[in-house]
Write a new protein. Structure first.
Length: 315
């Protein structure tokens, strides 16, 4: 496919996911917002992975909701991470998957349901010691070319991890941001791994790419919750899972490959989510309930971008 055609399709995918569906303030200011601040990042992230000679992804996810019933990781993040792993498997790209303990059972269930191996799944260390993360990263074989954070909270200017409502969840959040400097120091190929952040609220790893003033002007409690950790590329989406779907779609488009029939299939996605919610448990991050929903959206609205991507990826 001609490059101009690919770029047009990537732009269409970006437009699908860059919608402030939850009215969180992602685009509160018409010209200076989280979407305008990251123009070009989505395409660059897709090309960075798809054009790498030996790609390998370390996918990190798991956002704990302490006020939910029951307290658990939310559905936004794990489902998108599983989707990206499925896409990597179809493209022949090695992958690793990492999560706090609260997300492991759900991800194990999802991997089993998707007939993917369990071996690449690892529990993130809780020790706030960069050396621990150095050892964690050094044990990954093959070595990742990219570290991808999907809906993973990161520290603000005071070193605390906060929810969108300003609740401190630092004690429930393994300090996975230590992976970034450790990965660069342990580069085994001479080329430090690239990093990609995917988020929807200003408090996730990667949001340090956006100026503090922009976050504060758009997001409620933005000046408090803003994660200062910077990634090389940042994909901001109305739902973080949508950002993961978009990245996966971009990989197929840039490589000129057709995705397998079950990858952008809403029925398969709902089946996987239901199994993960029941086994995890996982909870909806907005409603706080153990339900097979994401960010309080109806299933029909949630899968709209997925359905459109399916059409786009089949040209």
């Amino acid at each position: 496919m001609h490059n101009s055609n690919v770029n047009g399709l990537l732009a269409a995918i970006q437009n699908l996911v860059q919608v402030d569906v939850g009215q969180r303030g992602l685009a509160h200011h018409p010209t200076d917002n989280l979407f305008t601040a990251t123009q070009g990042d989505f395409v660059a992230a897709c090309q960075s992975v798809a054009c790498n000679e030996s790609p390998c992804l370390l996918i990190v996810t798991g956002f704990f909701i302490p006020t939910a019933t029951p307290p658990a990781c939310e559905t936004d993040g794990p489902l998108g991470s599983l989707f990206l792993a499925r896409a990597c498997q179809a493209l022949g790209i090695p992958w690793h998957l990492a999560s706090p303990h609260c997300g492991i059972t759900a991800l194990q269930t999802g991997l089993q349901q998707a007939s993917l191996p369990l071996q690449p799944l690892r529990t993130l260390p809780v020790d706030n010691n960069p050396g621990t993360y150095r050892d964690f990263y050094a044990a990954l074989v093959p070595a990742p070319s990219h570290v991808v954070f999907i809906e993973y909270p990161g520290p603000n200017a005071e070193g605390r991890c906060l929810t969108m409502r300003g609740k401190d969840i630092t004690e429930h959040t393994p300090p996975a941001h230590h992976l970034l400097p450790m990965a660069k120091s342990l580069s085994r190929s001479g080329q430090p791994p690239a990093s990609i952040g995917i988020g929807d609220g200003g408090n996730e790893i990667g949001m340090g790419r956006i100026a503090a003033a922009t976050i504060a002007a758009n997001i409620p409690f933005g000046s408090r919750i803003h994660c200062t950790v910077i990634t090389d590329h940042l994909i901001v989406a109305g739902v973080s899972n949508w950002g993961a779907y978009a990245l996966a779609a971009g990989l197929f488009l840039v490589q000129g490959r057709l995705p397998p029939a079950d990858l952008f299939d809403p029925v398969t996605e709902q089946r996987l989510l239901t199994a993960m919610v029941e086994a995890g448990p996982l909870v909806d991050g907005v409603t706080g309930r153990q339900s097979a929903t994401v960010d309080g959206l109806s299933w029909e609205r949630y899968v709209e971008p997925l359905q459109r991507m399916r059409e786009i990826c089949r040209w």
